[in-house]
Ligand binder design. Structure first.
Ligand SMILES: Nc1ncnc2c1ncn2[C@@H]1O[C@H](COP(=O)(O)OP(=O)(O)OP(=O)(O)O)[C@@H](O)[C@H]1O
Length: 632
C-alpha cells in the first residue's frame, strides 16, 4: 500500500469521524478523490476557495453545490440512507399524478412551459412567469415535475452566502506571486445579473445521469436576493434587459406571507407586470382530499416498509394533521413524520390518560365526552409537534363572527342563568372570538372597523342593533387613547366581537340558526375618510405653514373660520358664488382653497409670499399675533 493512499485513508477516516452523518453521501467520494494529499499551496487554497465562490459554480452557491451533489449521489444511496431521509424528500413527487396540486393548475403551468420553453420561436425573447400562492402548496414541486416531463433543464438561482472576509483573504488578494488577482466582494445585484447572463447563455454543468439530449432550459428564481426588497427598481431594470435579450423563460416563485401578497406587490407591481408581459399563475392551498391521499399513501407505505417500527397515526389523527397544516403539504408530511417517531424521548406522558378512570361501564354520554376529550388531547398533542399557525382570511374571520354559529348546550357545559337574567341565555359559541381575531392577523381596532361596517346587515331586530352599537361604542372608547391603545386593543376586539354575537338574538340558540344567506362584506368607510382627513391635514399645513398650528387646530379652528366667512350675513363683501362656498366647506383640498381665496379677492394663502400676504378683512387677529400667542 502506498504512503499516499495510506495517508488518504487516515485523512478520510478523520473526515468521516466528524462530518458524518450530514455529509455521509459525500464520504465515499471524499475518501478517495477529495482527501488532501499534500498541504495546499496558496494558489491551490485560493482555487479551492474560489470553487466556493458563487461565480465559479453554475448556480452561484456552495450550499447549492452541496444539495446538487447530494441530489446527484442520491441515486447511489443505500437503503439506510434513504430511511434517514426526511419524508418530504423521500416521498417527493416524481410524476404529475403524484402531485397534490389541482389538475387545472398543473395544466396551466404545463401549457405555459410548452409555449415558452419547448416550442419557443427563435426571436421570442425572454418570457416571464410568476407563480404565487401560500407556502408549501407545491409550486416548486410542480415546476420540477413538469420540467422533467418536458425535458427542460432547470437552472435555479439560490442566494449566495456572503463570505466572511478573513485576514488571510487580504493577504491572498494582495499576493504578488499570484498570477490572478481577484477581489471576491460583489454586490447581490451584480451576482444575480451575472447569474442570469450565464444561465441564459450557457447550458448547465453536466451531472452524471443528466440527459444530454436537450438544450431547452428554464431559469427558476425562488430565493429572491434581499436587495430587491429594498430596491425593486434594480430588479425591474434587470428584467427589462432580460425580456429583450433572454433566450429562455424565467420563472419566479413568490410565496404569500402572513400579511398576504405584499412581497408580490412590492417586487412585481401591476405596472411592471403589464410592461414586461408577465404571465401570472396563482396556486391555492392543497385541498384536504389531495392532502389526505398523500398522507395515506405515505402512512401505508411506511407501515409496510418498517414492519411496525414506525407508529403511523390512524385515520382521525391524519385528518387532524390535515386540518392543522392549512393546505401546506410540506408541513403536513413533516408533522406526520415527527408524530410517527417511536423515539421515547419525543413522547410526552399524557397526564389525563395516566390518571384516567378505571375501566368500567360508562353511559353513552360519558363515552361521547371521553371520545371528544381524547380527540382534543390528540389534537393538542399533534398540534404541539407540527401544528401550523392557521391564519384566517379576513372575510372568513368576519363571517365567523357575524354568522355566529352555536352548538346545542348540554347541562355539563352550560350552567343555567337565574330567571331574571334569562334574556341573556345563549347556547355556547362554536368559535372563540378572540382566537378568530388573532388568526386574522389584524390589529383588534382595525378588525372592529370591519365589524362596524358590516354588522347591521346581520341583525334583524332594532333592539339588537341598539345593544350591539353600545358594545361597539364601548370597544371604541377602549382604544380611544393612544397611550393605552396597544394594551387594550385585544380587549376592545373581544368586547366588540362578543358584543355583536351576543346581541344577535335571532341566532341565540343552535336550533334557531336559519340560513342567513350570502351577504357581501364591505371595507370600512372609515379607511377612506381617514385617508381624506390625512390628505386635508397635510394640505392645510402646507397652506398655512407660517401659522405653526397643529393640523387639529387648523381643521377645527382656522378652516371653520374660513367657512364662516362665506356666510353673507357676516361677510359684507361681494356675494360669494355657490361653488366657492362649497369649496370653503371643510374638508377642502389645497388647490381648491387657494382658488377659493383668490376668487374671493379676500386674500391669498397667508404666508405663501410675504409681499402679497394679506388676510381677510374679518380676520379676528393678524396671523403674526396668532403665531405669538402660540409661542407664549
Ligand atoms: N404529492 C406531493 N405534491 C407536492 N409536494 C409534495 C408531495 N409529496 C411530497 N411533497 C413535498 O412537499 C414539498 C412541497 O413544497 P414546494 O417547495 O413545492 O412548495 P412551494 O409551494 O414552492 O412553497 P415554498 O415557496 O414554501 O417552497 C416539497 O418538498 C415536495 O417534495
Amino acid at each position: 500500500m502506498s504512503t499516499t493512499s495510506y495517508r488518504s485513508k487516515i485523512a478520510s477516516a478523520k473526515l468521516t469521524d466528524w462530518v458524518e452523518p450530514s455529509f455521509e453521501d459525500l464520504c465515499g467520494i471524499s475518501n478517495s478523490s477529495f482527501a488532501p494529499q499534500t498541504k495546499p499551496s496558496g494558489l491551490v487554497r485560493r482555487q479551492q476557495k474560489n470553487k466556493e465562490h458563487p461565480l465559479f459554480i453554475n448556480s452561484s452557491h456552495s450550499e447549492f453545490q452541496k444539495t446538487k451533489r447530494s441530489k446527484y449521489f442520491s441515486r447511489e444511496k443505500s437503503s439506510s440512507q434513504i430511511e434517514n431521509d426526511p419524508w418530504v424528500v423521500k416521498y417527493k413527487p416524481e410524476t404529475q399524478t403524484e402531485l397534490a396540486v389541482h389538475k387545472k393548475k398543473i395544466e396551466e403551468v404545463e401549457v405555459w412551459l410548452k409555449a415558452h420553453a419547448v416550442q419557443r420561436q427563435p426571436k421570442q425573447g425572454g418570457s416571464l412567469l410568476l407563480l404565487t400562492g401560500p407556502p408549501g402548496c407545491g409550486k416548486t414541486a410542480t415546476v420540477q415535475v413538469l420540467a422533467k416531463d418536458l425535458g427542460v433543464q432547470l437552472q435555479e438561482w439560490i442566494n449566495p452566502i456572503l463570505m466572511n472576509f478573513r485576514r488571510d483573504d487580504v493577504k491572498n488578494i494582495f499576493d504578488c506571486e499570484s498570477s490572478c488577482q481577484m477581489f471576491s466582494s460583489q454586490s447581490q445585484t451584480g451576482l444575480f445579473q451575472e447569474f442570469l447572463l450565464r444561465a441564459n447563455k450557457y447550458t448547465k454543468l453536466q451531472m452524471v445521469g443528466d440527459s444530454t439530449e436537450t438544450d431547452r432550459k428554464l431559469i427558476l428564481v425562488e430565493d429572491m436576493p434581499n436587495i430587491f426588497y429594498r430596491e425593486p427598481a434594480s430588479l425591474h431594470q434587470i428584467l427589462r434587459r432580460f425580456v429583450q435579450t433572454g433566450r429562455c423563460p424565467l420563472v419566479f416563485i413568490v410565496s404569500d406571507s402572513i400579511s398576504g401578497d405584499i412581497n408580490q406587490r412590492l417586487l412585481f407591481p401591476k405596472e411592471i407586470q403589464e410592461e414586461l408581459s408577465f404571465s401570472n399563475i396563482s396556486f391555492n392551498p392543497v385541498a384536504p382530499t389531495s392532502m389526505m391521499k398523500v398522507l395515506n399513501r405515505i402512512a401505508t407505505s411506511e407501515t409496510n416498509w418498517s414492519g411496525g417500527r414506525v407508529a403511523v397515526p390512524d385515520k382521525t389523527a391524519l385528518e387532524l394533521l390535515c386540518c392543522g397544516s392549512s393546505g401546506d403539504i410540506r408541513n403536513a408530511i413533516n408533522s406526520l413524520h415527527f408524530s410517527s417517531l417511536t423515539d421515547s424521548s419525543l413522547q410526552r406522558p399524557n397526564k389525563r390518560e395516566k390518571t384516567g378512570h378505571k375501566p368500567g361501564k360508562l353511559s353513552s354520554r360519558a363515552k361521547q365526552k371521553q371520545n371528544l376529550e381524547k380527540s382534543l388531547v390528540k389534537q393538542e398533542h399533534l398540534q404541539a409537534i407540527g401544528g401550523k399557525d392557521a391564519s384566517l382570511f379576513l372575510f372568513r374571520a368576519l363571517g365567523k363572527i357575524l354568522y355566529c354559529k352555536r352548538e346545542p348546550a348540554t347541562e355539563s357545559n352550560l350552567p343555567r342563568l337565574p330567571l331574571h337574567l334569562s334574556v341573556h341565555e345563549r347556547d355556547p359559541l362554536l368559535v372563540e372570538p378572540e382566537a378568530v381575531v388573532e388568526k386574522s392577523h389584524m390589529p383588534g381596532d382595525l378588525f372592529n372597523l370591519y365589524l362596524h361596517q358590516n354588522y347591521l346587515d346581520f341583525l334583524t331586530d332594532i333592539d339588537d342593533v341598539v345593544r350591539a352599537s353600545k358594545y361597539m361604542s364601548t370597544a371604541d372608547i377602549l382604544t380611544g387613547d393612544w397611550n393605552s391603545r396597544a394594551a387594550l386593543r385585544e380587549y376592545s376586539a373581544s368586547v366588540a366581537t362578543r358584543g355583536v354575537m351576543h346581541s344577535n338574538t335571532a341566532r341565540a340558540y343552535a336550533h334557531c340558526q336559519g340560513r342567513v344567506g350570502f351577504k357581501p362584506l364591505h371595507k370600512p368607510q372609515w379607511l377612506l375618510i381617514n385617508k381624506k382627513y390625512r390628505e386635508n391635514c397635510l394640505a392645510a399645513k402646507t397652506l398655512f405653514s407660517n401659522f405653526c398650528l397643529t393640523s387639529l387646530c387648523l381643521q377645527t379652528q382656522l378652516l371653520p373660520y374660513l367657512a364662516l366667512l362665506t356666510n353673507p350675513m357676516r361677510n359684507q363683501g361681494p356675494k360669494i358664488p355657490d361653488h366657492i362656498k362649497e369649496a370653503l366647506d371643510v374638508p377642502i383640498s389645497v388647490s381648491e382653497l387657494q382658488n377659493a381665496l383668490k376668487s374671493l379677492k379676500l386674500g391669498s394663502a397667508p404666508g405663501n409670499d410675504s409681499s402679497d400676504c394679506f388676510y381677510p378683512r374679518h380676520w379676528p387677529i393678524a396671523p403674526e399675533e396668532t403665531f405669538l400667542e402660540i409661542e407664549t
